[in-house]
Every structure is written in C-alpha cells, then in structure tokens.
Design a protein around this ligand. Structure first.
Ligand code: DP6
Length: 334
C-alpha cells in the first residue's frame, strides 16, 4: 500500500492569562481547573503527516531526527488517532517551530494542536473542533486551546472520559487590538518541563490546593474583563494568576524556580511603565521569559523598555492569531 497524501497543518502557540497548572487525571490528561488564553499569530508550529508502510513512527523536528523521548510522545499520541481511524499504519511527522533558535520558547501547545489536525486528516478523519480540542489535550493540556484563535477558555470538565474537558473560543474578544510582548531572558531548554513540574507541585506544595481553589474566580473575572474590553481588569487577573501559579511551584519540595534575575528585572520594568500610566501587565510561564500584555499602540514602547532591561536578549511582539488550520497543498510548494 502506498503512502497517504501528506497533510500539513499550522497552529499558533497560546499564552495563558489564567494558568493551567495541575491535572485531575493523567491517562487522559484532564486539567484540575480551567484556564484562559490568547492564541498568537507567531511562535507557531507547522506539521506535515504522512501515513505509510514504515514499521515505526518517525519524527523530524526542526530539520533533524527527534530524540527517542519526543518521538515516543508523538507516537503515543498517534496511537489515539490510529485507534479512532481503525488503522495500524505508522507515520512520518515533519514539524517545524517558528521560534527564535534556542530561545527555550518551543511550545507543546502549537505542536500538538497542529499534529492533532494534520494527523486526523491524514488518517481520513474529519473531527469537529471541540473533538479536535479534546484530542489535542491528550497530547498537551495547553494544546487544546490552540485549536481556536483569539481568546480561548479551556474547561476543567466533569466527566471521567474527558469529553467535556475542551476549549472554546471567546468571540467577545474578537478584534480587541491587544499585543503580547515576549521578552527573552535566557537561552536553552527550561530547567524542568511543565508536565513534571505541575505534577511535582500537586504532590508536594502546601499551596497547591489554594492555587486550584482560586482559579474559578479568576476565570470569571477574566471572562468579564474580555467582554468589557477592560485591559487593566484582564491584566490584574493575568498577573495574579501567574504569580499564584509560581507561588505554588516555589513552595514545592524541592522548589520549582523558573525565574532568573532578568525575569524579576523585567517584572520591575512592567511595574515602572504602569506607574507612569501605561496599561501593561506581565505573565510568566514555565520558564524565565516574561510576556507583557498591552495595547497595540503601546507595544513598541513596551518593547523598547524591555529591551533595555539587563539580561533581556530579545523581544518580539505577537498579536492575536487564528486557530489551527490546514495549509492547502499549493502553499507547500517551495
Ligand atoms: C505554564 O500544557 O505544557 O504554560 O498538559 O503536561 O503537556 P501538559 O502541560 P502544558 O502546561 C502548560 C503550563 C503553562 C500554563 C498554561 O499554558 O496554561
């Protein structure tokens, strides 16, 4: 049997304004609480999937054969796709991340969103977006959100099978001209991956229960702020959600510390800009980089200020972007 036609999908990463940090189920990767994010127009992934007669799955990541661990994670995900498509065929997966080289910003969010779309289509499945979101979630919790564009809310869900642990777009936020300025404060991979770190936080941090208990109120406040297009209200939620997530991680035993001196200097820079009257707010993920949420009109000034922070090596401006989508075959031509 010959190979299937290649299917290519692209997805933007997303930055959570209400963070996901903890799971209620490991096998289905169900979150312990909901989350809310903004999908970006850059820092994304392009993935091509072909099912063929190979005897194992192969993963080419950014132009080179991927590690055994990365290949195994993708292969386990493809097993889910194969089970749904009732197929046993192995795949060649070619994936490229549009992140600055070695910036430590590579994201499983855009990766599994693009893979979910490309792999299901290559396997002959056409899943509705909510089902695609549930599938992407099994690969990585944050990937469920990158199926959709703009502001997106991920539901914790109640069901044991995870069918309601899916993301949905928040159209009230469509067209809101905000920006995320990403300040890069280190190179190289992060100290500890988010999966291991959130599991360790849940097991050992005395603050974990309080962190999870605080999420529903933050989600409600974020939803209301988006509906009202009130940037200071949304920014306040984003800062406290990030700080509470990191507080829970910092209190784990041993501690999970993602910050470096430039991280704190960048936070200070954001506070200084705000004290001068600018509407700018930070968030921090499982790494040392700082992302600043601001109006489009302020993005250049925020970038200039963050670039001047000692230890900030680069800055880039991202706008709200679309959800995961197929790339027509014609666009694949060089
Ligand atoms: C800090 O989605 O990478 O970015 O589900 O284990 O793959 P897994 O975790 P992942 O965690 C993201 C953590 C975060 C916050 C967020 O994106 O909500």
């Amino acid at each position: 049997m010959s190979a299937t036609d290649p299917v290519t999908a692209v997805a933007g990463t997303n930055i959570a304004l209400v963070k996901y940090w903890g799971k209620r189920d490991f096998a289905l990767n169900l979150p312990a609480a909901g989350s809310l994010s903004l999908t970006l127009d850059r820092l994304g992934t392009r993935t091509t999937v072909v099912f063929d007669d190979g005897d194992h799955d192969r993963l080419v990541l950014d132009g080179a054969p991927a590690s055994a661990a990365a290949t195994a994670r993708v292969s386990a995900f493809l097993d889910r796709v194969r089970a749904r498509a009732e197929s046993a065929r192995r795949a060649l997966v070619t994936t490229d991340n549009s992140v600055p080289t070695a910036a430590g910003l590579a994201s499983s969010a855009s990766g599994f969103a693009a893979l979910a779309l490309a792999a299901t289509r290559a396997a002959g499945l056409e899943l509705p977006a909510p089902e695609l979101s549930a599938l992407a979630r099994i690969g990585s919790g944050s990937a469920a959100r990158s199926i959709f564009g703009g502001f997106v809310e991920m539901a914790r869900g109640e069901r044991a099978d995870g069918s309601d642990a899916i993301a949905r777009p928040l159209p009230e936020g469509d067209g809101w001209d905000v920006r995320l300025v990403v300040a890069i404060t280190a190179t190289g991979p992060k100290a500890i991956g988010s999966t291991a770190a959130m599991t360790h936080t849940a097991r050992t941090s005395p603050f974990y229960a309080a962190w999870i208990a605080a999420v529903p109120a933050d989600l409600a406040a974020a939803r209301a702020a988006i509906a009202a297009r009130h940037l200071p209200a949304l920014g306040a939620v984003a800062e406290r959600s990030a700080l509470r997530m990191h507080a829970a991680a910092l209190a784990a035993d041993p501690a999970v510390i993602y910050w470096n001196p430039a991280t704190l200097a960048a936070l200070d820079c954001v506070h200084t800009l705000r004290a001068r009257g600018m509407s700018v707010f930070f968030t921090i993920d499982a790494g040392p980089h700082v992302k600043a949420l601001c109006r489009a009109a302020d993005a250049d000034a925020v970038t200039a200020a963050l670039r001047a922070v000692p230890g900030v090596s680069d800055c880039l401006i991202a706008a709200p972007g679309p959800g995961a989508r197929l790339v027509p075959a014609a666009e694949e031509q060089p």
